[in-house]
Design a protein around this ligand. Sequence first.
Ligand code: ZN
Length: 202
Amino acid sequence: MSTLHKAPALTIGKKAKAADFHGLAAGELRAETGSVATGLAATGLAATGAGPDSSSKAAGARAMRRLRDAGLRTTRQRLALAEILFGDGLDRHVTAESLFARAAGMGARLSLATVYNCLHQFTNAGLLRIVTVDSGRAYFDTNLSQHHHFYYEKSGELSDIPACDVQLAQLPAAPAGQRISRVDVILRLDAAKPGSDPEAAD
Ligand SMILES: [Zn+2]
């Protein structure tokens, strides 16, 4: 980055088209099927729907491991949310509201404030990364690798763009004594994400 100067400009590789992310969207939709039952049952939260099965046990174990590896105590609230976020190993973007709705739909008894606090605790522990689309809308991203985003304005959803598909040709030099720590590119699409349900955006 230190070799980059002058006015900002970016070029988008030909692979970074919305159509290429239909598969990702499908993956994210698949990820919405519940795997939180084990954690909820194990922690005394009411679970709705089918009881724990082997996949939900694996999800619970994965969530537990992520919390412990990050040095976080495994409270029942954290475990329930971590199971939704990390249980299936797929990348996802959530807002506090969308995660709250998902958890509530699975029978977890959590307040929105608790969800918000947990998301920030996860972020501070290095489990999530915040993507700020505008001042009033923060997304929490389980994908910690360097990458960029499409933002679907009609449904309020994000899709990942691989870092290699965005080439930043010119950037202004950082102010004296400052260092550019990261560059986030958000490409706004005047559309809803294919196959999305805006009411359940995440
Ligand atoms: Zn992302």
